[in-house]
Design a protein around this ligand. Structure first.
Ligand SMILES: O=C(O)C(=O)Cc1ccccc1
Length: 287
């Protein structure tokens, strides 16, 4: 009997050619990818078991965390991180091909809020008075410009989107800083490394740590020393609002170690005994 090959279904922030789509194809290939209109839709699709995985942008080198992902992943979801992939991001200004020789003022410029923010200085300098319109993704912006040739509008996005939606690149590489990478994470209902044919050297564990209620002095120092004396390397620590009142924060901590490592197991136990609430999003490879 020929064994049927299992193809996971993967929800991603679409439509096709979005940066998330590019990241998804690098990890999963072209098969089984299901575009979703928004980041919450991706997270809901995997939480409700409609797909095996979701892939969403988590953090950008220029703009920091993607708030929509943080909000849905850390507030209320029971999902785990199974892999991370980081890709370079290049932003281009694109217009409808039939308008490529027009010199008139653009009516509006459309893109994902993170992409608009990455090009903020460029837009401030060249398009100070042009309204900026937020879209659910850069590819959605490119599609919108393509679908509305009667409007003198532009989108910001990648070269693949310009090709796919038949747009002309009016200006290349308009992101404000050269080093522009984004971390995307693969999420599922199960803890564990993503089962793909290629492996990576470096594993990471993401923790959500809530401080003890009694708010005693020096508690942050205590938490950091839990990692420090065990020589556990942190690649990120970020405070985010608990959304329960001013001054209430939790911490997102990335540790460059596998959760099963005795040192990290010990660190998690010690944090609990310090009355911290700790939730692990699991260990995963970074690509
Ligand atoms: O809008 C997209 O194409 C996305 O995938 C989200 C995003 C936006 C800007 C930088 C990286 C990811």
């Amino acid at each position: 009997m020929v064994e049927k090959q299992y193809t996971p279904t993967v929800a991603y922030l679409g439509p096709e050619t979005s940066f998330t789509h590019v990241a998804a194809t690098l990890l999963f290939g072209d098969v089984g990818l299901v575009p979703q209109p928004t980041i919450p839709d991706c997270i809901e699709a995997v939480a409700e078991g409609k797909v095996a995985y979701a892939i969403v942008p988590l953090e950008n080198a220029l703009e920091g965390s993607v708030p929509m992902t943080i909000d849905y992943l850390f507030h209320g979801s029971e999902l785990f991180i199974n892999a991370e992939i980081s890709t370079p991001i290049e932003q281009h200004l694109m217009v409808n091909k039939i308008r490529k020789d027009e010199s008139g003022q653009l009516q509006s410029i459309h893109s994902h809020p993170v992409a608009l923010a990455q090009c903020h200085k460029y837009l401030q300098y060249h398009y100070r008075r042009t309204p900026l319109m937020q879209t659910t993704s850069t590819a959605a912006a490119a599609k919108y410009v393509s679908d509305n040739p009667e409007l003198n509008i532009a989108a910001i996005g990648n070269r693949l989107s310009a090709e796919k939606y038949g747009l002309h690149i009016a200006e290349e590489n308009i992101h404000d800083f050269h080093f522009n990478h984004t971390r995307f994470v693969v999420l599922s209902q199960r803890k564990g490394f993503l089962d793909i044919p290629f492996k990576s050297e470096s594993s990471k564990t993401t923790l959500m740590v809530k401080l003890p209620e009694d708010d005693r002095s020096g508690v942050l120092h205590q938490i950091l020393s839990v990692f420090a004396w065990r020589k556990l390397n942190l690649s990120k620590i970020e405070s985010r609002p608990m959304k329960t009142g001013l001054g209430n924060y939790f911490f997102i901590i990335d540790v460059l170690e596998d959760e099963e490592h005795p040192m990290l197991r010990g660190a998690l136990e010690e944090l609990t005994s310090l009355n911290c609430a700790v939730r692990s999003f699991g260990s995963y490879y970074t690509f």
